[in-house]
Ligand binder design. Structure first.
Ligand code: UDP
Length: 239
């Protein structure tokens, strides 16, 4: 997109998406489906980085709500959850013949590579998918911020937040009939409290680096590829 053409993207999936209808854990059919959508990008010569959340397993805030687990420990537990999802997604992508590396912000050397920026770039240049695990490696951040950070670091042309809805709405479309979809909005508009795109840290980072944020429905088949070709109407874009 920076030269009018999209060559490299970072796709962010929430952990919850991995769970499917179960609401917890990892659903094999969802893995299979997402892997197929990512394959379409690779086949079209798009370099792909992926960040997956951990909400299907544990979130720091929820883990610490009982008063036993301190927030910082809860957050590290959440980061480990994202690595579990990353390894599962790696298996799904390899299962259909794609070349993948997981890089973790926390060192877990028996399971995956550690995050090394230059190595990540090299993998991408060789057509390998890189899944970035363990968030930013720091507590009190979200995987949306981690995804934005990695997108900026690898020079992605856009970050695609793959969700259950087809874009950003003025209100919750599941609750309000008069909710309107916003096709394009500014970073400042995206930071307004009622517009839930990403947390402010993530949006501020995207704004500072002019990184477009695309919000789309991951369950609409071929959506990721169509968005990259021509995003008119099927998503929202923050830029
Ligand atoms: N987390 C963190 N630092 C990061 C990224 C994630 O501490 O840089 C922790 C945090 O506890 C968070 C959990 O990992 O709740 C899972 O990530 P998130 O809630 O963003 O996942 P999602 O909602 O996308 O499934």
């Amino acid at each position: 997109m920076r030269n009018g053409e999209i060559k490299r993207v970072l796709v962010k999936f929430s952990g919850e998406a991995m769970a499917g209808a179960n609401g917890f854990g990892i659903d094999s059919e969802i893995l299979r489906y997402i892997a197929g959508e990512i394959k379409l990008l690779v086949e079209n010569n798009i370099e792909v980085g992926i960040v997956i959340g951990g909400g299907n397993i544990i979130r720091g805030v929820t883990a610490s709500a009982g008063g036993i687990i301190r927030r910082t420990s809860g957050d590290y537990m959440g980061m480990l959850a994202t690595v579990i999802n990353a390894v599962a997604m790696q298996e799904a992508l390899e299962h259909i013949g794609l070349d993948v590396r997981v890089q973790s912000a926390l060192e877990i050397k028996e399971i995956c590579e550690s995050y090394i920026y230059r190595k990540a770039i090299r993998h991408l240049e060789k057509g390998r998918i890189v899944i970035f695990g363990a968030g930013t490696g720091n507590p009190f951040f979200t995987t949306d911020t981690a995804a934005t950070l990695r997108a900026v670091e690898i020079g992605a042309d856009m970050i695609i937040k793959a969700t259950k809805v087809d874009g950003v709405y003025t209100k919750d479309p599941n609750k309000f009939e008069d909710a309107k979809k916003l096709d394009v909005l500014s970073y400042d508009e995206a930071m307004q409290e009622h517009i839930k795109v990403m947390d402010d840290t993530a949006i501020a980072l995207a704004k500072d680096n002019r990184l477009p944020i695309v919000v789309c429905n991951m369950f609409r088949e071929k959506n990721l590829l169509e968005i990259i070709r021509d995003n008119a109407g099927i998503c929202s874009i923050v830029k």
